[in-house]
Design a protein around this ligand. Structure first.
Ligand code: C2E
Ligand code: CA
Ligand code: CA
Length: 606
């Protein structure tokens, strides 16, 4: 008898329980039973137990025993709550057969648990050998009053097929999709797609492996009904009375998660959509004659890459090389010499997975050789081909046009559509937040005086500082257009953040003026009536509206109030004005409560 078989006989196995929480209330919905062997032995973890069961050819017996132990232990606890129990499809089929037709409910009941409280989690989706018998077993399970879940959805090969065949009551989403969800727009979209499927099949979703508050908050805001993970409670011998306090606090905190925005991050992998030329390559000691021959036979090549092994080290430009090659006595002197002396040893190398920002960096850099030389494309450092300057420009343009639909093309910050959506989510959630309209003072004269290139720099400066002064998890930065930004704060210390932002902007914006203007504290420029007058260096005004729960329904109203507050801010010496939307005066006319006393922005020295 193998060690596991002995353990099974000797009663050495037991279950631990991990809570599943209702994410909208923070209450416990159910527990999952997880099998354990004796502590401190090699057979403590389920993976080891399952592996040993395979080796000893007693996998199904072992799995069925696990179900019996789980139900029996749960029944003995006598709490009457729901329990999720793991089982593979094949073990389920044979377990149902062993009970006999119509007798599953009775067998479960004899273990001290009502079948209605049991959810069988089907694990290891790859291992479904007979779909017809599985369907029959599923009917038996439903007839008994028990329910079914699909475990680790997204992990196996045939999960989606199983979902449509079995029509489980629950689907548990694998922790891969949950990990760092608050930072990955792609995962968020996957989860939204999974939600869509769940709606079609009428399935209830459970998110697994929740470890951080950010993950929990994002899942709650996505309306995923149930969740499980270390943050909510680690598997333990006894069932939980309530989930861990940090998790409860996070769930009851009505503040809204700032969901990652596709446009906020330049999307990687844009080169995948471009044509990469699979051009032949040379080695550093390839002779010049051979390179010339290569260019002659491949008329389409604008350049060739020089590789050491698979790694690019240089690029030879056709035109430059052939110009040399055509000169008198070149062939006689250099023909049999290595080509590397006529190569560019600092070529542009771009990873296939690069993002738009990196390509923009090339377009705007000092070194404009990419226009003629093109660039080398690598995948994880290995050469895969060449790209041309034209393609680079086209790729960036296309990516920017795409991004501009939802994000401002200059700053890549979310534009009006996502701003309104986020504002609406805040209003709907009933959380308190502060909407701030940030606007520059004397931006127009600066822009007219120094030109749009520096104007763009100033706008990007404000974008960068705004993002830096916000809490990425709580606060949202949007770019309305021009020099107008919208900041939606849930951070309690929003006022200090605004003050710091106003001060930091005043200091850094000055550095974009020339020395003389910095000394004078501003510039002479024409005002909107064409009259020459003196304008101080550019500073920032912020109009803030505190929105208390329930007073405002529509995002548009908040935006209007914030625009009004901005006008007051322009008149305030601190650059900041605040109004409380909840205390709007009669007839819906908002009252300015007070201009917040704040440190005056660094005024131009005279
Ligand atoms: P599973 O069914 O997906 O169970 C969840 C596993 O993830 C458990 O590991 C649990 O301790 C772990 N987990 C829970 N929250 C978190 C989290 O926040 N982060 C991370 N990284 N992990 C988390 P465990 O207990 O080691 O079980 C491993 C697997 O063994 C289970 O995965 C299940 O497939 C199998 N298993 C466990 N008990 C049984 C059983 O009684 N019968 C059968 N057939 N399989 C079982
Ligand atoms: Ca499970
Ligand atoms: Ca699982």
């Amino acid at each position: 008898m193998g060690p596991l078989a002995r353990l099974m006989r000797g009663g050495g196995l037991y279950c631990v329980f991990q809570p599943l929480a209702d994410l909208s209330e923070g209450s416990i919905y159910a527990h999952e039973a997880l099998i354990r062997g004796p502590e401190g032995t090699a057979l403590h973890r389920p993976d080891a137990l399952l592996e040993m069961a395979r080796q000893e050819h007693i996998l199904q017996d072992f799995e069925l025993l696990c179900v019996v132990i789980a139900l029996w232990q749960w029944g003995r606890e006598g709490r009457g709550g729901r329990v999720f129990v793991n089982i593979s499809a094949d073990a389920l089929v044979s377990g149902v057969a062993m009970c006999g037709a119509g007798l599953l409910g009775r067998t479960v009941g004899e273990l001290g648990v009502s079948a209605r409280m049991v959810v069988l989690e089907i694990t290891e989706h790859e291992r479904v050998s007979d779909m017809a018998s599985l369907r029959a077993a599923v009917r038996e399970v439903h007839a008994s009053g028990a329910r079914l879940a699909l475990d680790d959805f997204g992990d196996g090969h045939s999960s989606l097929r199983l979902w449509s065949e079995v029509k489980p009551d629950f689907v548990k989403i694998d922790k891969y999709f949950i990990r760092d969800i608050a930072e990955h727009p792609e995962k968020l979209q996957m989860l939204q797609a999974i939600k869509g499927i769940a709606e079609v099949f009428g399935t209830t979703l459970v998110a697994e492996g929740i470890e951080t508050r950010e993950e929990l908050r994002a899942l709650r805001d996505l309306d995923i009904p149930y969740g499980q993970g270390y943050l909510l409670g680690r598997p333990a011998r006894l069932p939980f009375e309530s989930i861990e306090p940090v998790a409860r606090e996070t769930l009851l905190d009505r503040r809204v998660a700032v969901l990652p925005h596709q446009g906020q991050h330049a999307r990687p992998g844009i080169l995948r959509n471009l044509l990469v030329l699979q051009a032949p390559t040379v080695e550093p000691d390839t002779h010049n004659d051979a390179v010339a021959q290569l260019f002659k036979t491949h008329a389409e090549l604008h350049a060739v890459a020089v590789l050491e092994g698979t790694r690019p080290v240089a690029l030879i430009n056709r035109q430059q090389f052939m110009n040399h090659y055509a000169t008198l006595f070149f062939r006689e002197v250099h023909g049999r010499r290595p080509c590397s002396s006529f190569a560019n040893h600092a070529p542009r190398v771009v990873e296939l997975d690069c993002d738009v920002d990196q390509l923009v960096g090339i377009l705007t850099s000092q070194d404009q050789r990419y226009l003629n030389d093109g660039f080398i494309v690598t995948d994880n450092g290995r050469y895969i081909g060449l790209g041309t300057g034209d393609q680079l420009v086209r790729g960036v343009t296309e990516a920017r046009i795409e991004a501009a639909r939802h994000a401002n093309p200059l700053t890549f910050l979310p534009g009006n559509i996502p701003i309104s959506l986020h504002m609406q989510r805040l209003l709907d959630s009933g959380t308190e937040f502060v909407a701030c309209y940030a606007d520059m003072n004397h931006f127009k004269p600066f822009n007219d005086y120094y030109g749009y290139w520096r104007g763009d720099q100033m706008i990007r400066l404000l974008a960068r500082l705004s993002v830096a002064h916000c809490d990425a998890q709580r606060d949202f930065v949007g770019h309305v257009g021009g020099d107008d930004f919208m900041l939606l704060f849930q951070s309690g210390n929003w006022l200090q953040r605004c003050r710091d932002l106003v001060a930091a902007f005043a200091a850094e914006a000055r550095t974009l003026f020339d020395d003389e203007a910095q000394r004078a504290g501003g510039i002479w420029a024409e005002d909107r009536h064409g009259v020459k007058r003196f304008f101080d260096c550019t500073t920032l005004s912020i109009g803030a509206v505190r929105v208390a729960p329930g007073r405002i329904q529509r995002a548009e109203e908040v935006a209007n109030l914030a625009a009004l507050a901005k006008h007051d801010a322009k008149l305030s010496p601190s650059g900041i004005a605040c109004m409380a939307a909840a205390l709007a005066g009669k007839g819906g006319v908002p009252q300015v409560l007070h201009a917040m006393p704040a440190a005056a922005p660094a005024r131009a020295a005279t």
